[in-house]
Design a protein around this ligand. Structure first.
Ligand SMILES: *[C@@H]1O[C@H](CO)[C@@H](O)[C@H](O)[C@H]1NC(C)=O
Length: 283
């Protein structure tokens, strides 16, 4: 079992059980999600726009998949690809373990440069920040890591991220229905998205079990489910709807009117709206 232990601000420690990386694409995603909290804390500490955090997570995910694939295919002794000798695996992990904190940081730094309205992390701030969390790194090393990531990503750094989806959907919603208080909803949505992102493994696992109606889905079902976990449109729609439900819950709490009574009212009214708007609907 290989573990990477990372010391991050606020004395939080995150473990990454990296050996499971080789099990399936699904576990790869799950494991990289574990680093989101680390990235969010870093973004806060460096006063970056939350968009930069989500963006960094995308870059990290894409880069690591590519990097690990490269490491395992290019330097594996001929014919040994299927069964990796433990010592060889160990060597790869030792190499990666050293570089990993810096790789995460570099992804955040690259992301900080994508958003013009966000603070850009220059190399002084970067070295200073890394030093403050216990990593002594030269500007040269920092530059080399950044280049390695950029090359790994083939300089394609404009990956869409979940928060962009939420914001675009809200914008469309506000445009189509100007009476919806999109700005206030947006704040709530950011909190919901953050929660969903940090609890992504648990939430998507429950979703997988619900959709397959199976307590222990097969490996094949899990692998097919990757497309759902990567569907940011679904995530965006889900997050906005959860925010709307929270408003419902809060209203019920304030007024003492049960969710059921509110629900009945909403249901009946919506039926009427749908019926008056659509001539095709009967009943
Ligand atoms: C550090 O940043 C300065 C100013 O942006 C730049 O001129 C210099 O080349 C950078 N040094 C390294 C090693 O990246």
């Amino acid at each position: 079992m290989h573990e990477i232990v990372l010391q991050i601000p606020h004395n939080k420690c995150i473990l990454w059980k990296i050996s499971t990386l080789f099990i399936s694409p699904f576990t790869t995603c799950v494991l990289l999600w574990c680093y989101l909290e680390h990235i969010f804390l870093m973004t806060q500490e460096l006063r970056l726009d939350p968009l930069a955090g989500y963006h960094a997570a995308e870059l990290l995910q894409r880069f690591m998949v590519k990097h690990l694939t490269d490491l395992l295919t290019t330097s594996t002794p001929q014919g040994a690809a299927a069964v990796l000798p433990t010592s060889y695996e160990d060597a790869i992990f030792d190499k990666l373990k050293e570089k990993f904190p810096l790789i995460i940081f570099s992804c955040v730094q690259i992301a900080s440069k994508v958003y013009l309205h966000s603070n850009i992390i220059d190399n002084n701030t970067a070295v200073h920040f890394l030093h403050s969390v216990g990593h002594r790194v030269s500007k040269q090393t920092l530059l080399e890591t950044e280049l390695m990531i950029l090359k790994g990503l083939e300089f394609r750094i404009n990956a869409p991220n979940p928060l962009t989806y939420v914001e675009i959907l809200l914008e469309v919603l506000g445009h189509n229905e100007p009476s919806i208080p999109v700005e206030e909803l947006c704040d709530l949505c950011r909190h919901v998205l953050r929660f969903v992102s940090l609890q992504k493994a648990a939430i998507y696992d429950a979703l997988l079990k619900t959709t397959t109606q199976c307590v222990s889905p097969s490996r094949e079902q899990r692998e097919r489910f990757v497309t759902v976990t990567e569907d940011y449109m679904l995530l965006g729609v889900g997050v906005i709807t959860v925010a709307a439900f929270i408003v419902l819950d809060e209203l019920s709490h304030i007024t003492g009117i049960s969710r059921r009574s509110i629900g009945d009212f909403v249901h009946v009214t919506l039926m009427h709206i749908v019926n008056t708007n659509s001539p095709l609907t009967s009943t």
